[in-house]
Design a protein around this ligand. Structure first.
Ligand SMILES: [Cu+2]
Length: 160
């Protein structure tokens, strides 16, 4: 069956938006969640990290209460910090997203720690995350699994 040309145009546009710089935005009440991504897993590891940005466009503070993985596995909020020259992590409880402000999850700082994943994260896949907020309620987003940058000399824990 012949497909009309516009289907190919749509597929092309979709492929552009699937690229590294344009993860889609998600809305939940006054919150906008953007730039959701996770680095691919190494070898057969069933752990990982995920990052995203939450902007609060409302006038009420909100909190990120919990994260679930609908496809299986456990997700916990962690924070990385330097302690005596060593990078350590600690759990973070319900961080605030101030009105007009944002909560930034990024390498070297706040992140979602993933464990007991059903499969190793593979570049190009989407990882579903269910976020629970105090005010905005529950919302589901997809984090794009991206290839890792070339590893910097033997530091396996760098993306925390
Ligand atoms: Cu961690």
């Amino acid at each position: 069956m012949r497909q009309p040309g516009w289907i190919f145009i749509l597929a092309f546009v979709a492929s552009l938006y699937g690229g590294q710089t344009a993860a889609r935005d998600y809305r939940a009440g006054a919150l906008v969640i953007s730039q959701a991504w996770a680095p691919e897993g190494l070898g057969k590891q069933k752990i990982g990290v995920a990052y995203f940005t939450i902007r609060n466009q409302g006038e009420t503070p909100d909190r990120l209460l919990a994260i679930e993985l609908p496809a299986g596995g456990a997700a916990t909020l962690h924070e990385s910090l330097m302690q005596d020259g060593v990078m350590r992590m600690r759990p973070v409880e319900a961080p605030e997203i101030p009105p007009g402000g944002e909560l930034l999850l990024q390498p070297g700082g706040l992140h979602v720690m993933l464990s007991n994943l059903p499969a190793t994260l593979t570049a190009g896949e989407q990882l579903r995350l269910k976020l629970q907020f105090a005010v905005a309620g529950e919302t589901e987003i997809e984090a794009e699994v991206r290839p890792r940058p070339a590893p910097a000399a033997g530091k396996g824990h760098q993306d925390h």
